[in-house]
Write a protein that binds this ligand. Structure first.
Ligand code: NAD
Ligand code: LMR
Length: 327
């Protein structure tokens, strides 16, 4: 058996937390041979509800669960953590864009970045799920100057999985036959789900679907899927978001499959002309616990315009939170 690792989850009493913690404790994220100690952070009024979640986790008698720390203090929650899933923040309601949450949620991520900077392991892997996820990740990263910026990522894996599912349905295939889908940019309605490099059972995806479906159905449906779920459920996606968070971390740790890539929002170093520093959705491969941007992809005019639009939105979001970036 391996030595236990410490996994922090914020917003642990929320709806994503409830769908996430039991899967982490069951070994879905880090493997069936990796014991975990869960560090659960909540705001003070949610501590009683969090105690209920702790009771349930204990009642599962998970073989891999080697301890639980439940707290309302980020300095305790992030002490010596190897992984941090930053979920805690308010979800949007009907009619809102995710960036409308920036004022409400942005303030959460500066102190959490500082607490990670002070207490987390130097190799910590951070995934921001709370919306607007990319810019919240930027705020956390900017407030953690002693950690490698590459420790900080945001989630576009849910969008990536949504794209796989829609394409599989359209082509009458299974998601496991699809390779090399990319979600570029922001986890927002400007995101660009790109099929130009994708294949379905070895055939180019765009040869199997018509351009009108790609432009008028596929792209907007993926972009608006979060809003469609809020409309249908009266609450934002939770189990699928938790599942994507598990996928994101597992791929980061265990690697991508040969001949495939995944989409992760990571700090830009200028690849594909994106402003350095933005947390931007890119195609990446993962190996030995590190991610690498897939370089050299041909980007046509259609794609270039869409990548530029989502980059513009992220630059605007960054400009709106300069006061939280600690510089
Ligand atoms: P929720 O309201 O059910 O739970 C959020 C929890 O966070 C609450 O229990 C709340 O008490 C807690 N919280 C608030 N501030 C906190 C803080 N400073 N520290 C610790 N905990 C704090 O919401 P949810 O449905 O679980 O969604 C959480 C976030 O995830 C939302 O912002 C939502 O929009 C986002 N989300 C992102 C994606 C994605 O793909 N990136 C997908 C789904 C949802
Ligand atoms: C999602 O994509 O489902 C989440 O980001 C929730 C939302 O606000 O759409």
């Amino acid at each position: 058996m391996k030595t236990p690792v410490r996994v922090a989850v914020t917003g642990a009493a929320g709806q994503i937390g409830y769908a996430l913690l039991f899967r982490i404790a069951a070994g879905d994220m880090l493997g069936k041979d990796q014991p975990v100690i869960l560090h659960l952070l909540e705001i003070t009024p949610a501590l009683p509800a969090l105690q209920g979640v702790v009771m349930e986790l204990n009642d599962c008698a998970f073989p891999l669960l080697h301890g639980i720390v439940a707290t309302d203090d980020a300095n305790v929650a992030f002490k010596d953590v190897d992984f941090a899933l930053l979920v805690g923040s308010r979800p949007r309601g009907p009619g809102m864009e995710r960036k409308d949450l920036l004022e409400i949620n942005g303030g959460i991520f500066a102190p959490q970045g500082k607490a990670l900077n002070a207490h987390a392991k130097r190799h910590v892997k951070v995934l921001v799920v709370g919306n607007p996820a990319n810019t919240n990740a930027l705020i956390a990263q900017a407030n953690a100057p002693d950690l490698d910026p590459k420790c900080f990522t945001a989630m576009v894996r849910l969008d990536h999985n949504r794209a796989l599912s829609l394409l599989a349905e359209k082509t009458g295939t299974h998601t496991t036959g699809i390779r090399k889908v990319t979600v570029w940019g922001n986890h927002s309605s400007t995101q660009y789900p790109d099929l130009h490099h994708a294949s379905v059972d070895g055939k180019p995806a765009l040869a199997l679907v018509d351009q009108a479906w790609y432009e008028k159905d596929f792209i907007p449906v993926v972009q608006q899927r979060g809003a469609a779920i809020i409309k249908a459920r009266g609450a934002s996606s939770a189990a699928s978001a938790a599942s994507a968070a598990i996928d994101h971390m597992r791929t980061w740790v265990m690697g991508t499959a040969e001949g495939d890539w995944v989409s992760m929002s990571i700090p830009s170093e200028g690849s594909y002309g994106i402003a350095p520093g933005l947390i931007f959705g890119y195609p990446v491969t993962c190996k030995d616990g590190k991610y690498t941007i897939v370089q050299g992809l041909a980007i046509n005019e259609f794609s270039r315009a869409r990548i530029a639009a989502t980059e513009k939105e992220l630059r605007e979001e960054r400009a709106g939170v300069e006061h939280l970036l600690g510089r």
